[in-house]
Ligand binder design. Structure first.
Ligand code: 11C
Length: 344
């Protein structure tokens, strides 16, 4: 089965990752690329300042970029991946949803809307059923599904594994790569010999999105997880890969061995882009490291390490590739889930 797909915001950093990940995809056939009005009519090669580490696929390089409007996207495109800046996405995604497109979006607008599934397929695939409520309430023929922020995706699979011990509170401090800030960060590496102890809006995203992802959905309403999450987000001069130091407080005692086993045994999903093992756990205290470990599982595996017992739970480090597992790969995986579950 082949599903024709498009990318909204195809020339940006995440849009480029979509193109890379869609090359030779067994289900998705790339049929539409949109960008800002100023690029409309250009070939993709002309429109994109290509920066990912593999060449632009030849057929994509010659595709014509259109404006980001439903009338510019062919009707036989069934699924759109969105990597638009959130302000633009908030304005134009509803137009595509009204026009009947299914949109798997990485953009941060609407992630916490009660009728919008915020989904990691290996963690909360059942939340996709919120689409029924969304269609009733908004009158859309299409459907909108979001993936979380990259720093949230890095941590939440490990928390999902630990929740069997009764998660009560989480403190997390992040060391985030410059690619999370888009091109300018990657181009200039202007923070070499420095670190920035703040990322706008990021603490709040980690605190709220984590509770939604691990929340219970009874088919009618989604209840946020009751754990208290406190995040401190920081930018460091790595290129790709967000590293995070997590302190998880649990109701039950949990040993390092039990926590590591829970992470290793957390199921992955039977989807093309899911890694065979969702979480790789290192015994070494100096792993995971961004440069060594971000490409594990083609950039889709989460790594953890440095597990230690604390007085009321465990502490550890975790890592994921922020523009693959944390962005384009996350939306792609949600697209695969939407197909698998019959929404596309
Ligand atoms: C960063 N996590 O590293 C951000 C980038 O909500 O999808 C992604 C922002 C988002 O700066």
């Amino acid at each position: 089965m082949s599903v024709r797909v498009g990318i909204l915001g195809a020339t940006g950093a995440v849009g480029q990752r979509f193109i890379q990940l869609l090359e030779d995809h067994p289900t998705f056939e790339l049929a539409a690329l949109t960008a800002s009005e100023s690029s409309a009519g250009e070939s993709y090669r002309e429109a994109a300042k290509w920066r990912v580490n593999t060449p632009i696929p030849d057929d994509v390089a010659e595709m014509t970029v259109s404006a980001t409007s439903p009338s510019a996207v062919p009707d036989d495109v069934d699924l759109l991946f969105s990597s638009l800046p959130s302000g633009v996405a908030a304005e134009v995604e509803p137009d595509f949803l009204e026009a009947g497109y299914v949109v798997s979006s990485n953009s941060s607008n609407d992630r916490m809307a009660p009728d919008v599934p915020l989904t990691i397929p290996e963690i909360n695939p059942g939340h996709l059923d919120l689409i029924e409520i969304q269609r009733e309430e908004r009158g859309w023929d299409g459907a909108l599904v979001k993936n979380p922020n990259c720093s949230t995706i890095t941590m939440v699979p490990t928390l999902a594994a630990l929740d069997q011990f009764g998660l009560e509170a989480v403190q997390v401090s992040t060391l985030q790569a410059v690619s999370g800030a888009g091109y300018s960060g990657v181009t200039s590496m202007e923070i070499i010999d420095n670190a920035i102890p703040h990322i706008n809006g990021e603490d709040d995203k980690m605190e709220t999105e984590s509770r939604k992802l691990l929340g219970a959905f009874d088919g009618a309403e989604l209840e946020l997880h009751g754990m208290d999450v406190s995040a401190s987000c920081n930018r460091i001069p790595t290129l790709d890969g967000h590293l995070e130091n997590v302190f998880a407080e649990t109701a039950e005692d949990v040993s390092v061995e039990e926590a590591a086993a829970a992470m290793r045994e957390h199921p992955s999903a039977d989807l093309h882009s899911s890694p065979e093992q969702l979480i790789h756990v290192f015994e070494d205290f100096d792993r995971p490291q961004p440069r060594l470990d971000r490409e594990r599982g083609d950039g889709m595996q989460i790594s953890a390490g440095g597990l230690q017992e604390t007085t009321n739970g465990v502490q550890y480090n975790c890592l994921a590739h922020n523009t693959i597992r944390g962005a384009a790969g996350a939306s792609l995986l949600n697209g695969e889930l939407l197909v698998e579950e019959g929404w596309v």
